[in-house]
Design a protein around this ligand. Structure first.
Ligand SMILES: [Zn+2]
Ligand SMILES: [Zn+2]
Ligand SMILES: [Zn+2]
Length: 111
């Protein structure tokens, strides 16, 4: 699935990166997995279609773009996303704040 020029791999991905697992109105981000260097809508999509050995982003690389806004295609760095996870800084589309509850599945801890 090509979304705003980025390849996003997932199960039943829609045009704003919703997937079979997370498909509410505000589920509109995809996350680039460090291990695959590819965007997936969620960790369950990565479990099914990814490399099978998920790696989180090391803290030393949090300045790299790793979150895609499905509404406008803006890419956020890990730091940007963790700092303002509730809306896109470019188009203001709301993000699902619940995603931050499992941020540790994607990103290393800050310590
Ligand atoms: Zn992977
Ligand atoms: Zn999914
Ligand atoms: Zn946006």
């Amino acid at each position: 699935m090509n979304i705003h020029g980025q390849e996003v791999i997932g199960v039943q991905v829609d045009s704003e990166t919703r997937c079979l697992h997370y498909h509410s109105e505000i589920d509109r981000i995809a996350i680039k997995f460090h291990c695959c260097d590819t965007y997936f809508p969620c960790y369950e999509c990565h479990d099914e279609l990814g490399c099978g050995k998920a790696e989180v982003w090391p803290h030393s690389r949090f300045a790299e773009k790793a979150v895609l806004c499905g509404a406008c295609g803006h890419e956020l760095s890990v730091s940007d996303y963790l700092a303002c996870a509730s809306a896109c800084p470019s188009c203001s589309a709301p993000f699902n704040p619940g995603c931050s509850l499992h941020a540790d599945r994607y990103f290393g801890t800050m310590t």
